[in-house]
Design a protein around this ligand. Sequence first.
Ligand SMILES: [Fe+2]
Ligand SMILES: [Fe+2]
Length: 362
Amino acid sequence: MNQKSSRILLVHGHEPPRRDVRGFLEQRYRFRECSLEELPGWDWQEPLEVLVDAPLSTSADVNLVRQALERVPRDGPGVAFIIEELSRAQIVRAHSLGGEGIVSRPITAYALYATIDTLLNRSRIRQWSTDLGPAAAGLAAGNEALEQLFQFAAKGTRLTQRELYDHGDNVIDTLAETGLGKWIEAVKAHHSATFRHSLLVTGVAVGFGQHLRMRHEDLRRLAIGGLIHDIGKAAIPVEILEKPAALTPEEELIVREHTTLGRGILNKQGGFSPELVDVVAHHHEMLDGSGYPDGLAGDAIKDLVRIVTIADIFAALIENRAYKLPLPNDEAYAYLLSREGKLDMQLVKAFEPIAYGTKLAA
Ligand SMILES: [Fe+2]
Ligand SMILES: [Fe+2]
């Protein structure tokens, strides 16, 4: 599981950590444990986000936690708290101790993962700003757009196309400034496989569009299209989506549904342009009619979709997954060339400098 490269430090009070927390963490992250007493002496060589599971019932408890947290590097990890009950007093205490996230008992996997993923995303964005300076704005924007998109898909919160335009413009500016290589290097370290893939497809699609000297309006469609192309995956169980092994044929069929699920999500929300709905629904169609979900062929597959399809396949091939090594760029490109009849060969030929210029594979 790809999140397992993300590290969490679970800090417990006098009692050893409860099984609920351990069980949930084990399924999704790599984590280490220490007690409040051990925390001040912790060696912060490796980056860890901190999850505190210690009582905050009395002011003595709070002081104990405060003292333990004092030696945690200030610009280092994010801190989240598990509290016993959703009471105002405990929330205030957790915030006063610098808690950026709070989960209350009884714990659900969804609440715990959402809180920890937010910490991980923040630290990723901090890392991007250190590595790339102001040019990290586009990555942060892409990441934020994905967070909003997945929340919107999972919980039905509203999302306006206007917000996505702003995020898309930030992505375009960043790519123009830093180039595709840096974008991809930065994205590769993202903790979520789905976000990493979406940001990678976005970078490759926009980079390709810039190389083709497409109009700003079309680049914007590619940026947003790349971000949202797999939005339907928000409705696929995460155990299948981030399974650390190849999928069974039955699981493969479930994953294929992300195209129609994505179309449904956008149509329900409303306000998305037909071009974008087209990208989401049809980025797995093939020119010879062998793709899915609608078996479209030839001219029925529009240029914008064709570009996203090429970026999508290329990104998937060069990606590192728990169960497969990334293909070197030349082999990934050779695969695209071998798909004559299915992919637009004129576009594949034009893609060559993008495929070779990115220095992606280790
Ligand atoms: Fe897809
Ligand atoms: Fe994809």
